[in-house]
Design a protein around this ligand. Structure first.
Ligand SMILES: *[C@@H]1O[C@H](CO)[C@@H](O)[C@H](O)[C@H]1NC(C)=O
Ligand SMILES: *[C@@H]1O[C@H](CO)[C@@H](O)[C@H](O)[C@H]1NC(C)=O
Ligand SMILES: *[C@@H]1O[C@H](CO)[C@@H](O)[C@H](O)[C@H]1NC(C)=O
Length: 408
């Protein structure tokens, strides 16, 4: 009897666990929360709290040490939906990389937007991480989805190469020792991006593939449209990682002659991914969700299209088709100028700005025309340092005075 039960598929075993999961998490908790808090320590071997009728399933889990361990790791994670907990149960060693991927994505977002009105700030006390901005469906929403999805693909791939995961290693597809027509061999450890991409699809995309229970047709349609937007941006983020994959080669042979060359593929630094995604953010395409359920299309009033749509060939010119690598959004961005606590928008008051610059960080743009305050700030530094024989350094202290401008 016990034997037969062990053969049940994982989701069935998980059911009692999931049903009992506390429903404390705030509305729209999100897996990205792992990027803020990391992976919490595994649950203590929870004694089955005197429940009714659910003890049986639990016993089976505890019979199997691997399952018990997976449950201890995956059972306590904040922000995950059921399908993501299932992925965790199947690959418990990967959960650290998922958290690392989210962390990388959030950190890169904050770096890329450090000078802008919206600076990608997060809320550590909310499992939704970005709150309203993640719900909005604007360009910023698109960037967040793309960069965190890319982060997971990147971190999981790196963990594969580092031997940290049980289910993957170097790319097996190109590790065989065949010589290519160009006369070099694949060698070393090529990063297994294929695995990282698949993993990101499975885990990061899961919430978009989970239909809401709500019977309200309007809510369902809205969910479907947003799901399509999110899936598109998730994939665009992953595609950026793919497009930046590099080949490295090393020469072998007597005194530097390149008789034999071995080559392998490596991941780009994540900052390169961030740079390219930021460029895509600037050119993000606004879409409308119409014409059936499957198609997305560019919203026709495209500000970049110029005004000569009715001219010769105009229609086709401005209606550039949507490409897989574009970031897409449905709604316009709020202006982010004014504090709006209900939506978690901090506003730009108090932000440091550049009086002379002309970019996003300029006081003109960042302060939204409200003007700025000027403070004189003193910097005290060690300076004129001298090396004294032997062996210490003497320095003077220098004071510099600078103006610091902050938005009103
Ligand atoms: C974003 O700006 C706010 C001020 O508006 C500041 O408090 C916060 O630390 C900044 N966040 C980041 C991530 O730079
Ligand atoms: C639009 O067409 C008019 C002539 O029909 C031309 O003078 C104008 O420069 C064009 N504008 C753009 C943005 O191409
Ligand atoms: C302000 O912008 C100017 C020109 O872009 C730049 O040279 C300067 O270093 C910036 N100042 C600060 C404090 O960032």
């Amino acid at each position: 009897m016990g034997q037969a039960r062990l053969a049940l598929p994982l989701p069935v075993l998980l059911l009692p666990l999931l049903l009992r999961a506390p429903t404390t998490s705030a509305a729209n908790a999100n897996w990205m929360y792992l990027g803020l808090v990391g992976v919490p320590p595994p649950l203590q071997q929870a004694a089955p709290s005197g429940g009714s009728g659910e003890g049986e399933g639990l016993d089976v889990i505890l019979d199997d040490p691997e399952l018990a361990e997976a449950r201890a790791v995956c059972g306590s994670l904040p922000g995950l939906i059921g399908a993501q907990t299932n992925v965790c149960m199947e690959h418990p060693s990967a959960i650290k990389s998922i958290a690392e991927g989210a962390r990388r994505g959030i950190q890169e977002c904050q770096f890329q937007f450090r000078h802008e009105r919206w600076n990608c700030s997060t809320n550590e006390h909310e499992q939704s991480v970005f709150g309203y901005i993640l719900e909005r469906g604007s360009k910023e929403t698109a960037f967040i989805y793309a960069v965190t999805s890319a982060g997971v693909a990147h971190a999981v791939t790196q963990a594969c190469s580092g031997g940290e995961l049980t289910d993957c290693g170097c790319d097996p597809g190109i590790s065989d020792q065949r010589t290519t027509p160009q006369g070099w061999k694949w060698g070393g450890c090529s990063d297994n991006l294929h695995y990282g991409l698949q993993f990101s699809r499975k885990f990061v995309d899961a919430p978009e593939r989970t239909k809401p229970n709500s019977g309200d047709p309007k809510a369902r349609k809205q969910f479907a449209v947003r799901a399509r937007m999110n899936l598109h941006n998730n994939e665009a983020g992953r595609q950026v990682v793919s497009s930046l994959l590099r080949m490295h080669c090393r020469c072998h042979g007597v005194s530097g002659s390149c008789e034999l060359k071995t080559c392998w593929r490596t991941l780009p630094a994540f900052s390169e991914v961030g740079d390219l995604l930021k460029r895509k953010y600037r050119q993000a395409v606004q879409i409308t969700a119409s014409r059936g359920r499957r198609r997305m299309r560019r919203k026709s009033k495209n500000p970049r299209s110029g005004s000569n749509q009715s001219n010769r060939g105009g229609r086709n010119k401005w209606k550039r088709s949507l490409s897989k690598g574009d970031l897409v959004h449905i709604h316009k961005s709020p202006d982010y100028c004014v504090t709006d606590p209900a939506r978690g928008i901090a506003g730009t008051s108090g932000r440091a700005c550049n009086k002379t610059g002309s970019g996003a960080q300029s006081c003109d743009l960042l302060c939204c025309g409200r003007g700025y305050n000027t403070q004189v700030v003193k910097h005290v530094e060690r300076c004129h340092c001298k090396f004294v024989w032997c062996c210490y350094v003497t320095c003077k202290t220098c004071e510099t005075v600078m103006d610091r401008h902050t938005c009103k």
